[in-house]
Design a protein around this ligand. Sequence first.
Ligand code: C5P
Length: 222
Amino acid sequence: EQALQVAIDGPASAGKSTVAKLVAKRFGYIYVDTGAMYRAVTYWAMTHQVPLADDDAVAKMMGSLTISFKPGEPDQLVFANDEDITAAIRQPDVTNNVSTIAALPKVRALLTDHQRQIAAAGGVVMDGRDIGSTVLPKAEVKIFLVASAAERAKRRYAENITKGINTPLAQLQAEIELRDHKDSTRKVSPLTQAADAVLVDTTPMSIEEVVAAIAAIIKKQS
Ligand code: C5P
């Protein structure tokens, strides 16, 4: 059996990371959360007084920033150099600033290189916004995962509660919609469904159903 590249893209809170993790486990693939990389850069800039809209300054900062992952439950651990930033990068201030960082061309180029290196050998499930369209255009499997904004806000609300984050549901939905708008309308690698990606609308589906649907698509390819 071939070790494939599996790209899972879609708007915020569509369930990409939950599903990608389970799919990776099922096939013995590694899981790569590219959103966590953009979040790590955002967090690092915010805590090191680097202006978030300054592409050159943030790209320069990245020269002394190593982002890495370690196994952890329920979430993979995310490190910036030696600092565990797993919880910090999910805080609302990072979430609401990340689209600014994600619009910077030099920053995207650096992270895209890093992501391609990780995925080069295959056997990878990578989730994000531009994986099928830009990072891994030759990925054997491309999924575009969507759900209604109301459903996504509900899911994120429930997830936040377990992390002690108490943003009201209506505010969450507004923030999700704003982030999607920014991610979809930026000039460089906007959120978009690749022509050869399979659209999966998870609104009425359980996690198990989504995982089964994607696993079936992977099996067909391998
Ligand atoms: O997936 P997650 O919601 O954690 O991603 C956080 C943000 O990172 C997105 O809203 C988007 O601005 C950015 N991102 C991106 N390209 C990716 C992954 C994430 O621009 N491949």
